[in-house]
Design a protein around this ligand. Structure first.
Ligand code: GTP
Ligand code: MG
Length: 351
């Protein structure tokens, strides 16, 4: 190992802010889009900085991002070790200021047609009018979309962050899918999401007809649910006959789609996490403890190298070996680059 190894100067703070890799498939590409900053950070960043950074990551408006970033810049220790980070933050700030300026110029019109991806994955809520999408978002996140007993209540895309243990998953509430009226941007957003929660109303005797209507409409609009990563979410389980309808839905759709109901919130969140087919992995530097609050979330089957790419692109060429801690593994055993990591593993990368 050379003396220039980043581990001597830097700790990898597992804030799931991977170095963006061009053309990445999952968290990396999203990290790039959502504008998160750096994967490798100087070890002496304060909790205050980290708190501001978390607010930055959770911010949904340009104004909130600027405010959080301003604080990050203000509280960051200024010395040689943070120069690169300071430069990155400045660059990010000027991009955001420009964005805010453009926004003002366009008359302050809020673009409801796209939702910047945040968290480990983005899941779109798709379903018929009145299915209970907004109520689902209210139940699972801190967002507070309007819930009402008439159809077409929701008219814009409303994101919320669902936190499952230490994993943040972004849910996006949407206007309904209906043959009468569905705006093209809604379909586009569903297509662009990492996964879909297909929200179905189990209080409705016509639930199968509604589902078929939604499926057919989306297929016609070139968003084929059969070709997407879809979890059916049954709502209104407290109504009479809901469990019978759930059985019918399972019989019709269960072979193709997993089905979850919201009778228990924590169990539902776990089902969503399991459905995503991902694993959590943590990184640490030698002699230090990993940050177990903020995992990298990668597709199941990912290798040591896949994780290394997320941490820092330089690792791709320089990575020699890794040590791993995890279930069924001898503590700190050396593993090669193509070793498949498991849920909850901790990795120490060496170049
Ligand atoms: N009993 C019961 N009612 C529910 C439940 N979830 C939603 N509702 C009711 O169903 C109606 C529609 O709920 P929303 O969450 O607004 O439905 P939506 O799918 O967002 O509707 P649109 O925005 O119009 O597409 C409201 O009157 C809710 O109170 C539930 O779990 N149980
Ligand atoms: Mg709604």
């Amino acid at each position: 190992m050379s003396h220039k190894t980043p581990f001597l100067d830097f700790a990898i703070i597992g804030t799931a802010v991977p170095w963006p890799r061009r053309g990445g498939q999952d968290g990396v590409a999203r990290a790039e889009r959502s504008g998160v900053i750096l994967g490798i950070m100087p070890a002496n960043l304060t909790p205050q900085y980290q708190e501001a950074e978390r607010r930055f990551k959770d911010a949904t408006t340009t104004e909130d991002k600027i405010a959080a970033l301003e604080e990050m810049m203000a509280v960051m220790p200024k010395h040689k070790g943070t120069e690169k980070l300071q430069a990155e933050l400045k660059k990010k700030m000027s991009g955001l200021r420009k964005e805010a300026e453009d926004h003002k110029k366009s008359g302050g019109h809020k673009d409801t047609h796209t939702v910047e991806k945040q968290g480990a994955r983005q899941l779109a809520l798709a379903g018929a009018p009145n299915a209970g999408k907004s109520h689902l978002l209210r139940t699972l996140t801190k967002a507070s979309p309007e819930v009402a007993d008439y159809p077409f209540t929701t008219r814009t895309a409303i994101p919320g962050m669902m936190v499952f243990e230490n994993v943040r998953l972004q849910l996006v509430d949407l206007p309904p899918i209906s043959p009468e009226h569905t705006e093209p941007w809604v379909v586009q957003l569903i297509r662009n999401a990492d996964a879909v929660l297909w929200v179905v109303d189990l209080s409705d005797d016509d639930v199968l007809d509604r589902m078929e209507e939604t499926r057919a409409f989306l297929k016609n609009a070139k968003a084929d649910l059969n070709a997407m990563n879809v979890l059916v979410a049954g709502t209104k389980t407290d109504t009479e006959g809901a469990s019978e309808r759930e059985a019918v839905v399972k019989e019709m759709y269960g072979a193709r789609f997993p089905i979850a109901t919201l009778s228990n919130v924590e169990a539902f969140k776990r089902l969503v996490y399991d459905f995503l087919n991902v694993v959590r992995v943590y990184t640490k530097s030698p002699g230090k403890k990993p940050d177990l609050n903020d995992p990298y979330v990668v597709p199941r089957g990912s290798t040591v190298l896949d994780v290394a790419e997320k941490v820092h692109r330089d690792f791709v060429k320089n990575l020699k070996y890794a040590r791993i801690w995890g279930e069924g593994k001898a503590d700190g055993i050396m593993v090669p680059r193509d070793f498949v990591i498991g849920e909850g593993d901790i990795l120490e990368l060496h170049e």
